[in-house]
Design a protein around this ligand. Structure first.
Ligand code: FEO
Length: 168
């Protein structure tokens, strides 16, 4: 059983996870346009992860007998000044999602709702990874520079990223 306030926050999070997927597909489109297929792949895989996150919340709410409600979100940004800007924004976005997860956890703790506290732990850990992934590429971009062979090397590395849904 979920309280109205917890249900509202969980539904809000489903929206943010789907919005994140949209956000990253728009970034993938930017790289597709530049002909950087590895970067494009990186963000398409990221979008797959976000849809997985959204459905993980969906299934959790449903399992507890809550009513999932899907709501809309704002247009994602489609134009970027540079590769670095994309990753800076992606990192900033992940920091925002981390804050959201922590806020959700605070609500669950205030209500002493143990199933949700336990459920959210996976997302707390996942967000550490999500931020590290974006920061990692930013660090490499600093070394590689924003054009030339370094970027092509990174493009080929990011092209190898795949999405494997974690075992439940
Ligand atoms: Fe679902 Fe990238 O956080």
């Amino acid at each position: 059983m979920l309280s109205q306030s917890l249900l509202k926050e969980l539904n809000e999070q489903i929206k943010h996870e789907f919005a994140s997927a949209n956000y990253y597909v728009a970034m993938a489109a930017y790289f597709a346009d530049l002909g950087l297929d590895g970067f494009k792949n990186f963000f398409l895989v990221q979008a797959d992860e976000e849809r997985f996150h959204a459905m993980k919340f969906f299934n959790y709410v449903d399992e507890l007998g809550g009513r999932v409600a899907i709501t809309g979100y704002d247009d994602p940004k489609n134009d970027f000044a540079s590769i670095e800007e994309v990753f800076q924004l992606a990192l900033k976005h992940e920091e925002f999602v981390t804050e959201r997860i922590h806020k959700l956890l605070d609500v669950a703790k205030q209500e002493n709702h143990h199933p949700t506290i336990s459920f959210l732990q996976w997302f707390v850990d996942e967000q550490v990874e999500e931020e590290a992934t974006m920061q990692g590429v930013l660090d490499k971009l600093k070394l590689a520079g924003s054009s030339g062979p370094g970027v092509l090397f990174l493009d080929s590395e990011l092209g190898a990223r795949t999405f494997t849904p974690p075992a439940e």
